[in-house]
Design a protein. Structure first.
Length: 326
């Protein structure tokens, strides 16, 4: 049984903590949060002892650390945990600043670091990737990623999020790298504020389109909006020489009503905590395998840096109105 310390007892930390508790090979031993009431509430709900960061890092019985704290702490806490001999499960993004993230390469050399790009663990997207790799539609030529939130976040969150590209689209940049099977070498981005004027006043955009191009000429279009108007919209379309493979949205149920007026289906699952619940569980199972020595991290430090580089390139393209070479 591996002891796990949770750093960050907010919304995503609670999800990871519950999945630790549910896994037969893991136990939630410590909870760390700068807000005492958050840590105490999580301890009451999930178990584990409220602790401070230094105590967790110094405790040799703690085998793994989940870094689910604020983004500006992800890199520092990951480095500290690695240097303390612990495996690291770090939420995305790895950092807000690309140069800083790259500078940590030596500090994280040899780290058992798993970066939480959870969408790679979604069963539908993994099935699409498997079918594509099996050649079901021939060689991949282009990819369409659609990722629209049901409603915009509070402006207070937007102000500290790092912007749409680093906070939201970074998941899609990682998905693009994974599905394309090669690195994008050029990025072009458009962006607008069409959903909430307050987001624009905060210096961000809420609607974006990015085009990525690889060295072989494969193209990926990423469509993002902070508001869909019809629920959490998460779709992939991979086009090959012999057809298309599509992963569609997931509804609350498979029930449909058919009448003379047409057909009506159930609504889409509500936002990421529901839509990606299975992916979060699969991530924790993978982290347990890493701790058991059964697997190497499928997503690591280099993937975090690569996704962040695409996010910064998109922001640069938006500012300049020109493509950016990587």
């Amino acid at each position: 049984m591996h002891k796990i310390a949770l750093i960050g007892a907010g919304r995503i930390g609670r999800i990871h903590g519950a999945n630790v508790v549910a896994h037969p090979g893991l136990t939630l031993s410590h909870i760390v949060d700068p807000f005492a009431e958050n840590a105490q509430a999580a301890a009451r709900d999930l178990g584990g002892a409220v602790a401070d960061l230094d105590a967790v890092m110094a405790d040799p019985s703690v085998a793994g650390v989940i870094v689910a704290s604020s983004t500006d702490t992800h890199l520092d806490y990951s480095v500290r945990a690695h240097q303390a001999g612990k495996a690291v499960f770090c939420e995305k993004p790895i950092d807000m600043d690309l140069a800083r993230a790259r500078a940590a390469a030596d500090s994280l050399k040899g780290a058992r670091m798993f970066l939480g790009f959870n969408r790679r663990f979604d069963p539908n997207f993994r099935a699409l990737k498997a079918a594509l790799d099996a050649g079901r539609v021939g060689g991949l030529e282009s990819l369409q990623i659609t990722s629209n939130d049901p409603a915009p976040p509070p402006v207070a969150y937007v102000k500290v999020s790092g912007g749409l590209f680093k906070d939201m689209a970074i998941h899609d940049f990682d998905m693009a790298r994974w599905i394309l099977g090669e690195e994008p070498v050029e990025v072009f981005a458009w962006g607008s504020c069409l959903v909430d004027p307050a987001i624009g006043e905060a210096g961000d955009i809420d609607t974006a389109r990015c085009v990525l191009k690889t060295a072989s000429g494969r193209l990926c279009v990423i469509a993002n909006s902070r508001r869909s108007g019809f629920g959490y919209d998460q779709r992939l379309e991979a086009y090959g020489a012999a057809g298309m493979i599509r992963a569609d949205n997931v509804t609350e149920s498979t029930v449909q009503v058919w009448t003379e007026q047409g057909s009506q289906a159930d609504r889409f699952q509500n936002f990421f905590l529901d839509r990606y619940a299975a992916a979060y569980r699969a991530e924790m199972a993978h982290f347990a395998d890493i701790l058991d020595g059964k697997a190497a991290p499928e997503i690591g430090y280099a993937d975090g840096v690569a996704a962040l580089a695409l996010a910064e390139a998109a922001a640069q393209s938006l500012r300049s109105g020109k493509p950016v070479r990587l």
